[in-house]
Design a protein around this ligand. Structure first.
Ligand SMILES: *Cc1c(COP(=O)(O)O)cnc(C)c1O
Length: 415
């Protein structure tokens, strides 16, 4: 296949998904339902008073991010690419999400909260209509301290799981890949999280974590590759976009389709968000995934139809990228099998461009995000012909950045 040769040669590619189906025709066959996403939203509301209490920076305890209009960045991209890009440009600010500073504050925190709720209810200490602020009391911390939570991560999932689990009182171990940033490991250790490091990549960290957890009946493994709960936490974020855009007076219709660009690692984050968006907007929303040229695992899995049966190493790529959140060599098959009907397209981006966009966004709009979070910008140029003659609402999903320490920021900005 031509596309595989292009991926091998690390050229930037755009791939249109031939398997795309109209949402109404398939929504009843999908393995995840709207009811489950609504149930997740209700659970997050039950926990809001607790989160507001233990993480005051989360204000009302609803972890959500704003959408920013970024016209200066749009002009910069038009100048940089030498071509007109249709529509208006917006940025979804998951770089600002409280507690974990990345999109992982959606899925990761949701799964930990759900696990805590299940344990507390099973132990007869909690009912759904109670005031969840009581989870901060000693008897709950004592209960959770008997249990362990484990996760394998390239960094940000570890941060969100580690910070939330430690706050509730769980024992928590994060299995980290070699490309995980030092400051993320340091931050976790400062919160009392056990960090185990592996010389190999992310898949190995996940494998070891899973084995360790399976041998311990008191341990729950958060499975980035297969978890429905992670996916549901992300899907809530996608569902909430509609009311946000409506409040901003942004119109989405046939002439103004919503076009979303999502950085993709293993797939759960962007996949969950895309599913939530589809539930809200159906075919009025078109989703595109962005991956580094060094780690295009989801594109490879979708284009070959092999999903987790093929890795980027299998076609000779090294899976080494500065976009640590996207440094994944093998996609989630659970997510891939959903996306092969819901995704409009996928594309890649070279590492040096991540930094070019990072600096441009900071220079033009004063917004700092981490390298992984800029991958979506490459899509604006790659899809421009598809939306010619329409006025799309272009939404780049920024996925992380606010926890990056000042020293690291200066390095990224080339200061
Ligand atoms: C995890 C992550 C992603 C991608 O999410 P996946 O669920 O791994 O696909 C994108 N950006 C950042 C900053 C991340 O941490």
């Amino acid at each position: 296949m031509d596309i595989i040769n292009d991926l091998k040669s690390m050229r930037e590619v755009y791939w249109t998904n031939p398997g795309y189906r109209k949402f109404d025709d398939i929504k009843d066959e999908l393995p995840i339902t709207e009811l489950e996403v609504m149930d997740a939203e209700k659970r997050l509301h039950r926990f809001a008073p607790y989160l507001a209490k233990v993480f005051p920076e989360s204000r009302d305890g609803i972890i959500e991010s704003p959408i920013s209009h970024i016209p200066e960045m749009m002009s910069w991209i038009e100048r940089d690419s030498g071509s007109a890009i249709p529509g208006e440009l917006y940025l979804k600010r998951d770089d600002l999400l409280s507690i974990a500073g990345s999109i992982k504050a959606r899925g990761g925190i949701y799964e930990v909260l759900k696990h805590a709720e299940t344990l507390a209810v099973e132990n007869g200490m909690l009912e759904y209509d109670h005031d969840y602020r009581k989870l901060a009391e000693k008897e709950f911390v004592d209960l959770f301290s008997k249990y362990k939570i484990q996760v394998g991560s390239t960094g940000n999932l570890g941060l969100s799981i580690g910070i939330m689990s430690a706050k509730l009182g769980f024992k928590v171990t994060v299995h980290m890949s070699s490309d995980a940033k030092q400051w993320k490991k340091d931050l976790l250790r400062s919160r009392g999280v056990k960090v185990v490091e592996y010389p190999d990549d992310y898949s190995k960290a996940v494998e070891e974590g899973r084995r360790d957890s399976d041998n311990d009946p008191m341990s729950h493994f958060i499975d980035d590759e297969n978890s429905r709960d992670l996916f549901l936490g992300y899907a809530v974020g996608g569902m909430r976009v509609r009311s946000q855009l409506e409040e901003m007076g942004v119109i989405v219709d046939e002439g103004h389709p919503l076009v979303v660009y999502l950085p993709c690692g293993v797939g759960g984050g962007p996949g969950g968000v895309a599913y939530g968006l589809k539930l809200s907007y159906g075919d009025l929303v078109e989703c595109h995934f962005a991956e580094p040229t060094h780690s295009p695992c989801m594109l490879l899995g979708l284009a070959t139809g092999k999903h987790d049966g093929i890795s980027v190493e299998d076609i000779g790529l090294d899976n080494r990228t500065e976009a640590d959140g996207l440094a994944v060599g093998r996609p989630s098959s659970f997510v891939g099998k959903l996306m092969d009907k819901l995704l409009t397209g996928a594309f890649t981006i070279q590492d040096d461009k991540l930094f070019k966009y990072l600096r441009a966004l900071y220079g033009q709009e004063g917004i700092f995000v981490e390298p992984s979070a800029t991958a979506g910008f490459n899509g604006l140029f790659l899809t421009k012909d598809r939306y010619l003659g329409r006025e799309p609402v272009q939404l780049v999903w920024s996925t992380g950045g606010s926890l990056v320490p000042t020293k690291e920021r200066s390095k990224f900005l080339g200061e």
